[in-house]
Design a protein around this ligand. Structure first.
Ligand code: TYD
Ligand code: MG
Length: 447
């Protein structure tokens, strides 16, 4: 007699599995998130595993390998982030908040790639009419690009098997339906199975697969996070609600460096590349009290970003600290160092701090810029020319050299910055550098 399928319960938020049902997940504390699943594939397939034939073990020297030609889109920011274009037969996932621009970006990329390669675009979320409206807005109506609004995995697999396109885009995996699966579309159980089948599809049929996946409201990449180890490349598209700029970052890449960044701007005709991001950022900066530029490394790119501080006498017994774009504790720490060594009572002042353009940056290289912005606002003194600050500040109030200092200084000089504040050890890097050894030296830059 056939054994009944063992049942397991899995949390749709975090993927936690258990043999019994819970109202509240013991792992992530989410209520009402448990769904029933059949036993995992490994258990169900135990009989076929027993009958499996042994494989032939090979030496790597016997393997014929050659560097594969990448699939270039001509969209430089996209190609660079991927490490030089899409690798044939690779499996990539593009994640980001709903509405951030994933479908828009892929439509642009697909349209460009379709000029030289066969591209199939499966939209599991939008109808063909909706896709046409979007494509017209983006001016991406190429007759070489083929679309489908089918969401069934079996249909997608059969189509790919028959036509063998070079690139397949699936937007999104959460709305993809795995036929005969006991779990619902979008649940962890189904996403995990789908990811496994898609990975096999990419490798066996030699197609480059690009999937999109939403991240949850809380910012955790619930589904996509769980798939990260199965895919070759994880891309993350981010941005700010109030700003139109979008950043594309590689979180994982088997075929190139991680941490690489690409910049885009969302407009009425979709996403346009910001190839010269520093020119774009600097065009908006003005010299006002509380504002200074920091040179900051993102991936392999130095960015010139404006940080802004507003320091005002507090009306409350506990002064306010409203900080965005940089680490809250970093600003509080720098204010405490300045208070201790320069005897400035920041503890009786409210501090408001932000990074222009909605960017989120971190790193000890920002310490000097934060200190200068705070002091500039406190004294209500602005620099008479654009000023960049790069350096770390120790608890003892010493200014230390910045990591990647040479590169950061070079970038500032390239964009015509003639006033660069650095640690004394880095001051020789350029004639435009002015050295600060301690926080006391910072006071003299306002004279
Ligand atoms: P979309 O690519 O659908 O986001 P995702 O696939 O990540 O969910 O982008 C939707 C948002 O982008 C929507 O808020 C409108 C905006 N948008 C523009 O501003 N301009 C455009 O040309 C397009 C197509 C979208
Ligand atoms: Mg979308």
């Amino acid at each position: 007699m056939a054994k009944a399928d063992a049942l397991i319960f899995s949390c749709s938020e975090c993927g936690y599995k258990t043999g019994k049902w819970y109202g509240c997940c013991p792992a992530c504390k989410q209520w009402d998130s448990f769904t029933e699943e059949k036993a995992p594939l490994s258990i169900k397939r135990s009989s076929s595993r027993k009958n499996a034939a042994p494989t032939i073990m090979r030496r790597l020297s016997e393997i014929d390998s050659h560097e594969q030609e990448r699939i270039f889109s001509g969209i430089t920011e996209w190609d660079r982030v991927l490490g030089g274009g899409i690798m044939p037969a690779s499996f990539t996932i593009l994640t980001g908040d709903p509405g951030i621009g994933k479908s828009t970006l892929l439509m642009h990329v697909a349209n460009k790639i379709a000029e030289n390669y066969n591209v199939f675009y499966f939209s599991t979320e939008e109808s063909l009419e909706q896709l046409k409206l979007r494509a017209s807005r983006l001016d991406c109506i190429s007759d070489k690009l083929l679309f489908s609004d089918q969401a069934q995995f079996g249909t997608i697999m059969a189509t790919v098997d028959q036509h063998r396109p070079d690139v397949v885009i699936i937007d999104s995996i959460q709305n993809c339906v795995l036929e005969d699966s006991p779990s619902l579309p979008g649940t962890i159980g189904q996403l995990r199975e789908l990811a496994l089948y898609f990975m096999r599809l990419a490798k066996d049929k030699h197609v480059a697969l690009i999937l999109t996946g939403h991240i949850t409201k809380e910012g955790a990449m619930a589904g996509p996070k769980m798939m990260e180890h199965m895919v070759d490349t994880v891309l993350y598209l981010s941005g700010d609600d109030q700003w139109q700029n979008r950043m594309l970052r590689t979180i994982k890449n088997r075929f190139g460096p991680t941490g690489e960044l690409g910049f885009f701007e969302m407009g009425s005709a979709g996403l346009s590349e910001l190839k010269n991001i520093n020119e774009y950022l600097l065009s908006d900066t003005v010299c006002t009290p509380g504002s200074v530029l920091v040179s900051h490394m993102e991936g392999s790119r130095p960015l010139l970003l404006e940080v802004q501080a507003l320091v005002v006498a507090s009306k409350f017994s506990t002064p306010q600290r409203v900080i965005s774009g940089v680490d809250y504790n970093q600003v509080v720490l720098i204010a405490a160092i300045l208070e201790k060594h320069l005897k400035i009572r920041f503890s009786s002042y409210d501090i408001f701090f932000k990074v222009s353009g909605g960017f989120k940056i971190k790193g000890s290289n920002l310490d000097l810029g934060i200190a200068i912005a705070l002091l500039s606002s406190f004294f209500q003194k602005a620099f008479d020319k654009k000023t960049v600050a790069v350096g770390e500040i120790s608890l003892a109030g010493l200014v230390k050299p910045a990591s990647f200092g040479e590169q950061l200084i070079k970038e500032a000089v390239k964009f015509g910055i003639q006033h660069i504040l650095v640690a004394s050890k880095q001051a020789s890097s350029s004639a435009h550098c002015r050295s600060c050894s301690t926080v006391h030296d910072i006071l003299s830059v306002f004279d």
